[in-house]
Design a protein around this ligand. Sequence first.
Ligand code: BGC
Length: 346
Amino acid sequence: MGVVWPRAAGGAERCFLSDPHVSCFSSRRSTLSCSSSYPLRTSQTIRPITSGLCHLYTTGVRTMPSSAAPHVKSRCPLYPGSKLKRFLVPDDKVDWSQSLPQYKAVDHTDPSVVKKPAWADPEIGSFSPQFNVVDGGVDRTSFEGNYKTEKGKPLNPRGRTGVTGRGLLGRWGPNHAADPIVTRWKVDAKGAKMNHPVSKRPILQFVSIKRKDCGEWAIPGGMVDPGEQVSLTLQREFSEEALNSLTLPPSERAKVHERITKLFKSSGLQVYKGYVDDPRNTDNAWMETVAVNFHDESGDSVSGLPLQAGDDAGQVKWVDVDSSVPFYASHSRFLELVAKERKAHW
Ligand code: BGC
């Protein structure tokens, strides 16, 4: 049975990691000081994988109440890919409801966005997008519910970031991504599951890419094309980034496609859906994602495919799911949710 998503997943356009609007370049390193993960969505639920319904992708993830911990990476002092310093917003002034009369966010839209590539909106004024709806194929709805607008511009539902404009992001408002978390059990030479010496729990491994832009290890996700089903984005991004499917000879490509399609159609556990604390976020543009776990329980499906980094990934490999390894944006949190749900080591 094919995957069923809670809603049409038209969304922000496709953007590869190497696209300028997702690059954070070397200056992104400065944002690493913000990489301590903030406590995302403690109220979040995961659909129980034992329910037998997990492959149906029913809505099972609650959104975090707006009173939850403020975003952190979205307030990184130096905006990625630039020398621009954000207006520093104290924790207790992040929420728009808190008065901050001296707030002077720095306006910034990266030159790569200004020059109107296909994946980016024009400047507001020259066009008037419809917010909180699917607007001409572009999904401008937010998983966080209806967001406000001010002077014709959308307001980040998680509050102030110290930067206005779109920065490196193409869309005003939500920019929709999808994150495929492909896992298997770590096994020894005899094929037996390996337990972690401390937690005594079996160790999961997932396919991880090293992002070329900032050098951080990440889930091989990417942006949802306008009108694209999220289920398709998940499979496409995984194939392109982790298997380099676009450069495979046709016969190989068909084999890879068949195996991947089987895995991505058979089962999937949606672990997260919502706002992402991404260093590219601004007051008027932000990242949202759907993260879905595809698990190769027997280790004879995708585990057997040779990993090859796609154009936008510097490296690709199976990485142990472990809390001590830092990952890009909110990816650690997604992995933690997978580990908990699969009763694996974290
Ligand atoms: C990445 C996703 C990530 C999202 C939000 C996208 O550019 O491809 O992996 O979750 O940004 O940070």
